[in-house]
Design a protein around this ligand. Structure first.
Ligand code: PLP
Length: 483
């Protein structure tokens, strides 16, 4: 079989092949293992040489798109390059060999990392307190919505609705619904942002919260945010900001100054942790002072000269994660923040914004950009004009793979038909952006002249078009020699 095909390592197995062979030793001690606990037959492991193992897994790793090898303009996800020094820090044995139940008095350094990371996030966002417990953006949202419920309950109010604009991230309505709230959609205006007049139409005394993604999923800054917060607060509602797009605001604008009462960040997008493959992640939740007592317990505080875990918050919603969040992700964020400093933060967001606007100006010559005002760190194009050739956004996405480019986010946000949501991030060079544009130009000319090239793509990948639901509906989770 050609080694370019991916075989299962079990298929490469030949009886008696070994990776490692140690000298025979006296294994008298085997007799000490009770008979009932010993294997009756050898484990069914693949029998291969060490070189075969190395090649198998190296080849597999090269089948994946990754930021070290490929441009990865996945909108809303901030797939930027993370400096390798952060991995060095996260792999130090002093950190990875720590047991999570170690008493705080002997791991003061780690608690200090928590406390100082929170301090940085508070300053960046203009918030008064953070919990580092939530393990993802969506969990930060859920924590925020639960705090919202606890807050109104403690005031004897029973508000039932949460307003969410149609440009919000999809996890927002999910978090609201999961907590038992009724989701009210607020439509964005023709500029792609939320208009205060529209908000007034849906705002009433039954609204607990407005959840606004800023910049929104069109990559646009919600220009009326101050007015929006004012309207919400006047009706007694709270304002939640989905801050997963904070990569556009670092050092430039603080959500706390926009009237935001709660927000989450994605350390695994904006703050130096790799993002993808399902984690681990970190979605810290920041709140204003009046909501501090509702945060999940424990929180890290200082008692005299010592850092301690405080379990005594009066209205706490309880734990949302074991121990205190994903420590190594928080550690990477801490090192990253110390490295870039406050000037660096601002430069990062400025570069992300310049890159996105540069790319938008070029892409606009090829595809429609329906909401074409100055964007923040990402923008949304539409491939509707190619429908006449029988070509859809999905075909463009698949064809980009042939050029070694990971496709942008597609078919999101829902308000743009045949959407491509493109986020270049600050870490890419102008040459890479130009190369992306020239690939896109070729793809669009193929759409006009030979659409079958697109609809049959990808051509150079290990697999072609896959049935995207089959594996989820019919999972094969266990290999046996019979299968
Ligand atoms: C990624 C993202 C989320 C969800 O974050 P997860 O860590 O994937 O749960 C929420 N909102 C926005 C705007 C995002 O981009």
């Amino acid at each position: 079989m050609s080694k370019q095909d991916i075989s299962l390592i079990f298929e490469d197995s030949r009886p008696g092949r070994r990776a490692l062979r140690f000298q025979e030793v006296d294994n008298k001690w085997l007799g000490e293992i009770p008979a009932g606990l010993r294997r009756g037959h050898p484990p069914e492991l693949p029998e291969v040489t060490e070189l075969e193992i190395a090649r198998h897994f190296t080849r597999l790793s090269q089948r994946n798109f990754n930021i070290d090898a490929n441009f990865y303009p996945l909108g809303s996800c901030t797939m930027k390059y993370n400096p390798k020094v952060l991995e060095r820090a996260a792999r130090k044995k002093e950190f990875i060999s720590l047991h999570p139940l170690t008493v705080p008095s002997v791991v003061q350094g780690c608690l200090r990392i928590y406390a100082e990371t929170e301090e940085c996030l508070k300053q960046i966002c203009g918030m008064d307190a953070f919990s580092l417990q939530p393990a993802a953006g969506a969990q930060g949202e859920l924590t925020g919505v639960k705090i919202c419920r606890a807050y109104f309950e403690s005031r004897g109010e029973n508000r039932k609705k949460i307003i969410i604009p149609d440009t919000a991230h999809g996890t927002n309505p999910a978090s609201a619904a999961l907590t038992g709230y009724q989701v009210i959609e607020a439509k964005s205006d023709k500029h792609g942002i939320l208009n205060p007049e529209r908000l007034k139409q849906v705002m009433d005394k039954d609204v607990a919260l407005i959840m606004i993604t800023n910049p929104n999923t069109l990559g646009l800054f919600e220009e009326h945010i101050l007015e929006i917060s004012r309207i919400a607060h006047e009706a007694g509602a709270l304002v939640y900001m989905d801050g997963a797009n904070m990569n556009a605001l670092l050092g430039i604008a603080r959500p706390g100054d926009m009237g935001v009462d709660m927000l989450h960040l994605n350390l695994h997008k904006t703050f130096g942790s790799p993002h993808g493959s399902g984690g681990p992640g970190s979605g810290p939740l920041g709140v204003k002072n009046f909501l501090k007592d509702y945060l999940p317990v424990p929180v890290v505080t200082k008692k005299g000269d010592d850092y301690v875990f405080d379990w005594g918050l009066k209205h706490s919603i309880g734990r949302v994660h074991s121990f205190y969040g994903n420590f190594l992700v928080i550690l990477r964020a801490f090192v990253w923040l110390k490295m870039v400093g406050s000037d660096g933060l601002r430069q990062i967001s400025e570069a992300a914004i310049v890159n996105a606007n540069y790319l938008k100006a070029k892409v606009r010559e090829l595809l429609e950009v329906p909401y074409d005002s100055q964007c923040m760190h990402e923008f949304v194009a539409s491939a509707v004009s190619l429908k006449q050739f029988g070509v859809r956004t999905l075909d463009i996405a698949k064809r980009l793979l042939d050029f070694g480019i990971h496709p942008p986010t597609i078919y999101f946000p829902l308000i743009v038909h045949e959407a491509l949501m493109i986020e270049p991030t600050e870490s890419e060079s102008p040459e890479t952006l130009d190369e992306f544009v020239s690939c896109l130009r070729q793809i669009i000319s193929e759409a006009h002249n030979s659409p079958e090239v697109l609809t049959g793509s990808p051509h150079n990948m290990p697999v072609g078009r896959v049935d995207e639901t089959y594996a989820a509906r019919n999972p094969v989770l266990r290999w046996t020699s019979k299968s």
